[in-house]
Design a protein around this ligand. Sequence first.
Ligand code: ADP
Ligand code: MG
Ligand code: ZN
Length: 474
Amino acid sequence: MFEVVIGLEVHTQLNTNTKLFCSCPTSFNHKQNTNTCPTCLALPGALPVLNKEVLHKSIMLGTAIDATINQTSYFDRKSYFYPDSPTAYQITQLYTPVVEHGTLKIDFEDATHKIIRINRAHIESDAGKNIHDGDISKVDLNRAGTPLLEIVSEPDLSNGEEVVLYLKKLHSIIRYLDIGDANMQEGSFRVDVNVSIRPKGDKKLYTRVEIKNINSFKFIQKAIELEVARQTEAWEDGTYEKEICQETRLFDQVKQETRSMRGKEEAADYRYFPEPDLLKVSITDAMLEKYSKIPELPDEKMARFVKDYGMNDYSASVVTSSVEMAHFFETMMQAGITAKNALTWLTTELQGRLKGEMNITNSPVDAKKLGNLVKRIEDGTISGKAAKEVLDKLMEENLDVDAVIDSLGLKQMSDTGAIEDICNAVISANPEKVEQYQSGKDKLFGFFVGQVMKESKGSANPQTVNELLKSKLG
Ligand code: ADP
Ligand code: MG
Ligand code: ZN
């Protein structure tokens, strides 16, 4: 029997205004090669200057994963030749990274958890992009020199499920801290998966394969499955030594296979050496103090929701799954409504109506409005059913909640006097039914309720109707 050993390297782009070592903007929607300058084009004589914002965001991440933040760290030069890198090297941190020895907790459905150790998070610069267009390849350097944090886990993960939990947790922390977009499809959160197997109980680490080019959680799980199967088969066939070597493999989602991309370079091939164009990186005490005050993280927020709003763990985890969701929910709660209704109206009613490109961040009905709508149910102004009609209208037009309630005539009749008049009228119009009811035909109660609701055109508060009829019919 084998066990699976996995370690992850995550490259996350930091959402700084400017690049790591120059003042070019980091936005990519511009014309190709316009966000460039002598430094990120590596023209002779141009020198890098470190962007402080990158340090601020590194401190925030380091704090969030309970890591050591090295107040002195260094940049190193990693040489490689590839058309998307005009410098022919990458500036990175090999020997002393800015962040070391952190942890990340992942939670399983059965309420157990596991601590994954994080070896390090270091700063490095991104490359440009090669664009292959038929027979021609073009290079766009707008992305060259964009800051990345590479977050490297220890080989503590044992299967695809744990990998996805780890990545989702890390992703959500980055979003909560607002240090990056972490968009997997757009490449601002890139994952390299290192996989090996070993006989169960063995403590030794065996040869690892690094899989690149996977841009969804689903594919990551698939790639792991395929790679583990390949390694296991080789072991059982006795071809492990020959077949399994330390290399970089590519996941092909069409062919559903991993295949060799290149043999893994040894560190020596990269000719690492201390970056001569940059001074050591210093984080002052003041900077450390300021940026280690980080916003509330998903776990803390969840615990607070459970405590303050009396939610169960599951509901709290649903509304804290993303920072956008948590903000939306908390803004709704400011209307003074119950968590239970806020949750239902957010996750069932609103999200059920968000189609196509729509999501809670661009929803036509914002959190304040939805909170107000729920408030109108809770204070008895409208019924839950009427509220759905109001929400339909609000999805189409930017109107005020109360204005829509008025214009659609959905206000519940809560005026006891008016409802009482209707009850009296219904009772005196049906003397036989009253007699039958009073001689024991309980089922007729529903008939009376129905008649009153009908007379009020559905606007009578059903609870008031029930109470009045009970007391009148005895
Ligand atoms: P490199 O840059 O050469 O890929 P790193 O040290 O940056 O090296 O990353 C190594 C990654 O591989 C880490 O996430 C580590 O946990 C993982 N790893 C190391 N050895 C193994 C192994 N035998 N099996 C699975 N993962 C491993
Ligand atoms: Mg690697
Ligand atoms: Zn530049």
